[in-house]
Design a protein around this ligand. Structure first.
Ligand code: DGL
Length: 282
């Protein structure tokens, strides 16, 4: 008898974690996937650190109770760089965090100039400082905390198209910075941003490497779950959001999620709980 598939819960503030879903598809991992967005709180990158440190572990703990995943991916740099330890402490199953790919960017650069493109919160985090100190001490790092690209990625996946002004602003901030003329690698340090890779590359003044974390996360998931075979395909199970918008539904349905529902979550101390309703297919 075939053993049941392991269940992976991918969590992000919005559609950004779908870039990690796409990497899991690409890697051929035979797992069941639940996708959860906390869109009621989108964007995380403009929320106070303390508020995220309290909300994210409580929400994930409620999801662990309700959906019984075998592993959780905190598919959000902004949440991982502030609440990874707290989330691990809050649940029993392994938590894989997604953090800025500064180490591979520093290893790849030939010019010694890399960019880190993140949310305004991630870019100023001590966690990010520590990654730069540890892995990029001998390269010049152009840090860009961008407030517009998350909304641009949400717009693109909703079918409205990514606003070109937001893309142009991010590209100008990277390449127009001191030493931007030598930039050759950009670490995409928000899971929303790989969803805009084509637009960013097209707007850039010249080709550079745009690095994302998805493939490394997929390898880590396979290793932690002991998946020997990686020539399968994930099975989408549930897509939930704390604020269900048509764009989210569209993006998830395009990836094969047939059950898309609103997630009710109450973070009051009387005991967080999530309830979901899974309506019949619209
Ligand atoms: N996708 C999230 C990240 O990786 C951030 C999006 C947001 O600001 O809500 O950082």
């Amino acid at each position: 008898m075939t053993p049941p598939l392991k269940r992976v819960l991918l969590f992000d503030s919005g559609v950004g974690g779908l870039s990690v879903f796409d990497a899991i598809v690409e890697a051929g991992l035979p797992v069941e996937i639940d996708y959860v967005a906390d869109a009621a709180w989108l964007p995380y990158g403009e929320k106070p650190d303390d508020a995220l440190r309290a909300r994210v572990p409580a929400l994930i703990a409620a999801l662990e109770r309700a959906e019984a995943p075998d592993l959780v991916v905190l598919a959000c740099n902004t949440a991982s760089t502030i609440a990874l330890a707290e989330t691990r402490a809050a649940i029993a199953v392994p938590v894989v965090g997604v953090v800025p790919p500064i180490k591979p960017a520093a290893a790849l650069t030939r010019t010694g100039v890399i960019g880190v493109l993140a949310t305004p919160a991630t870019i100023r985090r001590p966690y990010t400082d520590a990654l730069i100190r540890e892995f990029a001490a001998d390269v010049h790092v152009i840090r860009v905390g961008d407030a517009g690209l998350v909304a641009a990625a949400e717009a693109k996946l909703s079918g409205a198209g990514a606003p070109s002004a937001a893309i142009a602003d991010a590209v100008a901030a990277l390449f127009g910075a001191p030493r931007g003329d030598a930039l050759d690698v950009v670490a995409l340090a928000c899971t929303h941003f790989p969803l805009l890779r084509e637009e960013l590359a097209a707007a850039a003044p010249r080709p550079v490497a745009w690095l994302e974390s998805g493939a490394a996360i997929a390898r880590r998931v396979a290793a932690l779950l002991g998946l020997a075979s990686v020539d399968g395909a994930p099975t989408p199970r549930l897509a939930l959001s704390t604020a269900l918008a048509p764009g989210f539904q569209r993006a998830c349905r395009m990836r094969g999620f047939t059950h898309v529902a609103e997630l009710e979550f109450d973070s009051a101390p009387r005991g967080a709980g999530s309830s979901r309703s899974v309506p019949p297919d619209a």
